[in-house]
Design a protein around this ligand. Structure first.
Ligand SMILES: Cc1cc2nc3c(=O)[nH]c(=O)nc-3n(C[C@H](O)[C@H](O)[C@H](O)COP(=O)(O)O)c2cc1C
Ligand code: SF4
Length: 430
């Protein structure tokens, strides 16, 4: 056993105490039934992450209403008939010091195709989403209370199902982010224009979730540190820090910092993009696009892939500069996601005071035992190659590591931990 790491030191988020400071960030599983019900396949994805003793795990984004469902086979938290499956999900953590947080989301205009029975795709304004080609219609002012209520009802369901907290998704260009960002919000009513107005919907959602859940229930927010929209009117880091302070004043317990909209591609998920368009257009969300969109993607894809890989190589801690700004300005814990996979980089991010904790998405898909393997410096742990084959298949195939070699190493490691019943760090053998 190596020297005790800052990653093993407890952190309080509201009333919840976490046993360590490396978390799993949300990864949309697309492993549910077509209607969004939890499946065994979804639970299997989470089992090893829980077995590793990961202190906090955020679910993939759960749609709060059919209108907000953004991907096929995405899990939902929009109705009470989902509760039994959601309870099975939480049950994975029973008897372990692992907290499971439900991420609540409305996709707004970033929706591949509307769910059955949904007549239109909505957003703050009618600004076309170029990656998916969707043209949304603006939410009418009289429709906004329904959106707010869908978040509050979903949050109440999360608590009923036993989740240890919720995370409101206000990042990555989904509906709440679409309201924050001038490029996607051209409204002239009380939800558009000034920053106060653009932040109004998010604050109404937080207030309503807080009043439904009470003072003690942990509420986290995922927020961009930058919208990463060059040549378009993105929300600035200064603005987003101001919004974060308002969120803190309204009772948010922690903020996780990320970046980007779909159209700032590849801002959110930086890494290697060779082959992305081919995979996305054949087996990912792009397979449902029109013939014209596919032809365009095939023709220009390789150019975009080359530029993306050059502009946004996989750098460890790529959101840290922005995250630090939030740490400096706020009192609640700030979590940073983006490229983390080595013990040294994670410890340095926290020890330097830049953030209170770190989270990882792709590194935990490649290695669900990341929390224990970084601490125990295990030699057989697979490293994510940041090839982005997982996100390229999103929307068409279940989320998994699609590098054969890495998946093979990962599965051997998962089996070994199970066979040898090796307990995670800080916990006696069970
Ligand atoms: C396959 C996949 C699915 C994702 N789904 C979500 C999601 O549902 N909600 C979310 O907030 N972020 C989602 N993300 C973004 C990650 O949470 C994270 O912000 C981003 O991948 C950068 O972290 P990383 O470098 O550790 O992967 C997803 C990322 C991947 C690769
Ligand atoms: S497919 Fe596997 S190796 Fe590639 S980015 Fe995703 S998790 Fe990492």
């Amino acid at each position: 056993m190596t020297e005790r790491s800052v990653l093993e030191t407890p952190l309080s988020i509201g009333s919840m105490t976490l046993r360590g400071r490396l978390f799993k960030s949300a990864t949309s599983e697309t492993r549910s039934t077509a209607g969004g019900f939890v499946t065994d396949e979804l639970l299997r994805f989470y089992e090893p992450i829980v077995e590793a003793g990961t202190p906090m795990i955020v679910t993939g984004n759960l749609f709060v209403s059919a209108q907000g469902k953004s991907a096929g086979h995405q899990a939902g938290i929009d109705a009470d008939d989902k509760l039994p499956g959601l309870r099975d999900w939480v049950a994975l953590t029973h008897g372990r010091d692992v907290k499971l947080i439900a991420q609540l989301n409305h996709g707004g205009r970033q929706i591949a195709s509307p769910a059955p029975g949904v007549d239109r795709i909505v957003s703050a304004s009618a600004v076309r989403e170029p990656m998916l080609g969707t043209k949304p219609s603006p939410l009418r002012a009289d429709e906004i209370p329904t959106v707010v209520e869908s978040f509050a009802a979903a949050a109440a369901r999360a608590r009923q199902a036993g989740f240890h907290g919720v995370q409101i998704h206000a990042a990555h260009g989904y509906l709440l982010n679409q309201f924050l960002t001038p490029h996607t919000n051209r409204r002239t009513d009380r939800y558009g224009g000034s920053l106060d107005n653009r932040a109004r919907l998010l604050l109404e959602v937080l207030r309503s979730v807080r009043s439904r859940l009470g003072e003690d229930y942990p509420i986290l927010i995922k927020l961009n540190g930058t919208d990463d929209l060059p040549l378009r009117a993105g929300a600035t880091t200064d603005e987003l820090v101001r919004v974060a302070k308002w969120l803190q004043d309204e009772g948010a317990d922690s903020i996780e910092i990320s970046r980007g909209h779909y159209e700032s591609w590849p801002g959110t998920i930086q890494g290697r993009y060779k082959g992305f368009f081919h995979a996305s257009l054949t087996v990912g969300s792009g397979r449902d696009m029109s013939a014209g969109q596919k032809a365009f993607g095939r023709a220009l894809g390789p150019v975009f892939e080359y530029v993306a890989g050059r502009l946004r190589p996989p750098v460890e801690g790529f959101n840290l500069p922005q995250a630090q700004r939030f740490t400096d300005a706020l009192d609640i814990p700030i979590i940073c996601v983006g490229g983390f996979h080595t013990r040294r980089a994670m410890e340095t991010a926290i020890d330097s005071g830049k953030v209170d904790a770190v989270s990882a998405a792709r590194a935990m898909i490649a290695n669900p035992h990341l929390y224990r393997t970084v601490l125990q410096e295990t030699s057989d742990a697979p490293d994510c190659a940041y090839c982005n084959s997982c996100i390229a298949r999103h929307g068409g195939m279940p989320i998994d590591c699609y590098s054969d070699e890495i998946r093979y190493t990962r599965d051997l490691m998962i089996d070994r931990y199970r066979r040898e019943s090796i307990a995670p760090p800080g916990i006696g053998n069970q």
